[in-house]
Design a protein around this ligand. Structure first.
Ligand code: BGC
Length: 753
């Protein structure tokens, strides 16, 4: 890090360090030895602009395009995320990039979000574990990461203004934990603040978010950088904890900071604090160092992509493809693959594998023949009926047909949300027409956001959901189709039957500038499992070419509200494969409504045919806790919590209960506590009841007693203050009980007034 004595810099110079020179660079101060830093987009590659810097990613110099987050999430493997992080870190270093802008860890609240390809999952644990592995590996190479978009940026519609209204428990349990994990485990160099407002305050000007939670609670030590153009009020943003504004605005906002300090609206110490944080980033490599191993990174891109695809369906063992078959490959995506999302993360790939070519290469050695027909045009132009007829003809002459279908960048991208889950109608017609004549139909999907399988799912034999697999996705797909690699991906998001079933349906993307997260913590599988809504394929689902058994589950309490889990996984099939052990917790019922189960630990295990392994996993206190808004902290409900091993979020194959001590929170009573809170209080309840009974003449008389009990039931939800006033009982009558609930020694309890 450049060591600079801040007292040698003028206020103007210091302020100048707090916004960009242009779109991608910070301002240097040469006389003080402060270099300019280069920030570039990513994070599944490096998008370095060759010449003119623009916001659209034009002129980006070539880099390896690895699978984006949607695919990485489906690998359920932090090693995959780490391998990509390390390779991207090496490429960043070779190109002199100090900060790579990602990963995006926003939760997939709705499958319609246009940027879901860039986000990992609907589950915060899966998101956090993978993002943390990515950031740690990337930063170990030298460059820094920028975890984004902090926070509650879960849609593209109106993303620069919309006010996300999210209650605190939902934030703490769903939308913040992935950020929290990355900050605590990986100390990212920067966190990028989101465009949107959170509960009425712009995220980029939100002191609760940027300082109280991020720094004071989680211990973030890096710099907060704005999303590009997210700053509305520069002075408020700095005061809230936003250090670096990007891109620069020709020094206009630097001057605003200077003026605010001069007028006493902002302290110079606050400016200094942010300057130190930005200077700390200069420890990141500036001069380009090392070479990109283009070949090795392409091989790696193919290897990791094969771990990401999810085999959704495989009837009659359609896959892997057998030897000596006549194969028809159909679909424009087979020759012009869709392998990454559109927008600021778009990488200019070094090279791109065509699925068709990769299939042809593997087919030859296996005695298979391959024919091809495009089946549809990517822009919907041309003679659709003619293209379809040609494809049907090819399928009729083949023994197995592989259809490449999916979404193009016209249908999904950063900047807008989708309006439907459907595949383009022409592709659905094609799939149905081909499946009607083909003896065996396999569909390979390329899409960044969930697509509906309805209307054609039952017509085909196998579906391989490839998401977007990066530049070597074509090769990886061929490896999976022929069984060179065994599918091992699992869904990181649920596949619903209908858009109307999605939990955010009534509140997405909001209206009139507001989006209310009305479904609360019930996001994705948490909602489907709790409400009992069937889905086409649940979170965690994914088939392999082998079979697994999970047995001998042991769950032991290891401390106060922690547990250890051990389970034996056996590959019972006749080929190698990988199983993902998914541990869910179904919590004890308590004072807040909880999802019926939540993913709390997982591990992917690769096993040879016949091999067994004991997998052990730890469940910490947070695995059982909910966020208690009254206590302002995490709380564990005392009692029985069930630890479940899931094949996926819906199919539980083993479970064991543990008794946890939990947090017995002693309620402090007040005159605003309701009658039922007074009567239910573990210490005072009984005394209070007796006091009430003593206040009534002939309370022992059975009839009076019954009337009295009825009266008590009727007043259960009334605050005591109201009851006392109706009964004309002075409030200080209950003073000794109030003192007792605050922890004072019991005193005489008034019987009546
Ligand atoms: C995106 C960020 C991106 C930045 C720079 C913004 O519009 O939201 O994710 O890093 O632009 O391109």
């Amino acid at each position: 890090m450049t060591h600079v004595d801040l007292s040698t810099l003028t206020l103007e110079q210091k302020a100048s360090l707090l916004s960009g020179l242009d779109f991608w660079r910070t301002k240097p101060i040469e006389e003080a030895g402060i270099p300019s830093l280069l920030l570039t987009d990513g994070p599944h590659g490096i998008r370095l602009q060759a010449e003119a810097t623009d916001h659209l990613g034009l002129n980006a110099s070539p880099a390896t395009c690895f699978p984006p987050a949607v695919a990485v999430a489906s690998s359920w493997n932090p090693d995959v995320a780490a391998k990509i992080g390390a390779a991207v870190g090496q490429e960043a270093r070779a190109l002199g990039v100090a900060i790579n802008l990602g990963p995006g860890v926003n939760i997939k609240r709705s499958p319609l979000c246009g940027r879901n390809f860039e986000y990992y999952s609907e589950d915060p644990l899966l998101t956090g574990v993978l993002a943390s592995a990515h950031v740690q590996a990337l930063q170990a190479e030298g460059p820094g990461a920028s975890v984004k978009h902090f926070a509650a940026n879960n849609q593209e519609t109106d993303r620069m203004r919309v006010n996300a209204e999210v209650d605190e428990r939902t934030l703490r349990e769903i939308y913040l934990p992935a950020f929290e994990r990355v900050v605590k485990e990986a100390q990212p160099a920067t966190v990028m603040s989101a465009y949107n407002k959170l509960n009425g305050v712009y995220a980029s000007e939100n002191p609760w978010l940027l300082t109280e939670v991020l720094r004071n609670e989680w211990g973030f030590e890096g710099a907060v950088v704005s999303d590009w153009g997210a700053v509305t009020n520069r002075v408020a943003a700095l005061a809230a904890g936003l250090d670096l504004e990007m891109p620069g605005r020709d020094g206009r906002t630097d001057a605003e900071l200077v003026q605010a300090v001069r007028e006493g609206r902002l302290s110079e110490e606050q400016v200094d604090v942010s300057v130190r944080r930005v200077l700390a980033l200069t420890a990141r490599p500036a001069p380009a160092a090392g070479e990109i191993d283009v070949e090795a990174h392409h091989v790696l891109a193919r290897e990791v992509a094969a771990e990401c695809a999810v085999l959704l369906k495989n009837d009659r063992a359609a896959l892997p493809l057998q030897q000596n078959r006549r194969i028809a490959v159909i679909g424009a995506f087979a020759t012009a693959p869709r392998f990454q999302g559109g927008g600021s993360s778009h990488i200019n790939p070094i090279r791109v594998d065509s699925g068709l070519e990769a299939i042809e290469q593997l087919a030859e050695a296996r005695g298979c023949t391959v024919s091809f027909a495009p089946g549809y045009s990517l822009d919907g132009s041309g003679d659709a009926a003619g293209l379809r007829a040609e494809a049907v003809d090819a399928a009729r002459k083949a023994e197995v047909t592989v259809i490449f279908a999916g979404l193009s960048e016209r249908e999904e991208s950063e900047g807008f949300d989708r309006a439907t889950l459907d595949l383009p109608a022409l592709q659905v017609q094609l799939i149905k027409a081909v499946a009607a004549v083909s003896p065996c139909t396999v569909v390979v999907l390329s899409n960044g956001g969930v697509v509906s399988l309805e209307g054609w799912h039952d017509d085909v034999d196998a579906i391989l959901e490839g998401w977007l697999l990066g530049q070597a996705g074509g090769g990886a797909t061929a490896d999976l189709l022929f069984g060179v690699a065994s599918p091992s991906g699992r869904l990181a998001e649920s596949l619903p039957f209908r858009l109307q079933d999605t939990p955010s349906y009534l509140n997405f993307p909001g209206e009139q500038g507001h989006v209310r997260y009305g479904e609360g913590v019930m996001v994705g599988y948490r909602a489907y499992e709790t409400i009992g809504v069937p889905v086409r394929y649940p979170f965690g689902h994914g088939l392999t070419y082998t079979s697994f058994e999970m047995s001998d589950l042991i769950v032991q309490v290891t401390g106060k509200d922690t547990a250890g889990v051990s389970v034996t996984v056996t590959n019972t099939g006749d080929r190698a494969g990988a199983q993902v052990v998914q541990v869910y917790v179904s919590p004890a019922s308590g004072s807040v409504r909880r999802p019926v189960r939540e993913l709390r630990a997982f591990q992917k295990v690769a096993l040879q045919a016949g091999e067994s392994r004991v997998v052990t996993l730890e469940l910490d206190r947070r695995a059982f806790a909910y966020y208690d808004v009254l206590q302002h902290g995490w709380a564990v409900t005392p009692g029985e919590h069930r630890v479940q091993i899931g094949e996926n979020a819906h199919v539980i194959v083993a479970e064991m209960a543990v008794q946890l001590e939990g947090d017995v929170t002693q309620m402090v009573l007040s005159l605003d506590s309701t009658m039922s809170e007074w009567l239910g209080h573990p210490v005072i309840g009984q005394m209070f009841r007796q006091g009430l009974l003593r206040a009534v003449p002939q309370a022992d008389d059975p009839e009076t007693k019954e009337r009295l009990e009825g009266l008590i039931r009727m007043t259960e939800s009334m605050p005591l203050r109201r009851v006392l006033s109706f009964l004309k009982v002075p409030e200080d009558t209950v003073a000794p009980l109030l003192a007792l609930s605050r922890g004072a020694a019991p005193g005489p309890v008034a019987a009546s007034s």
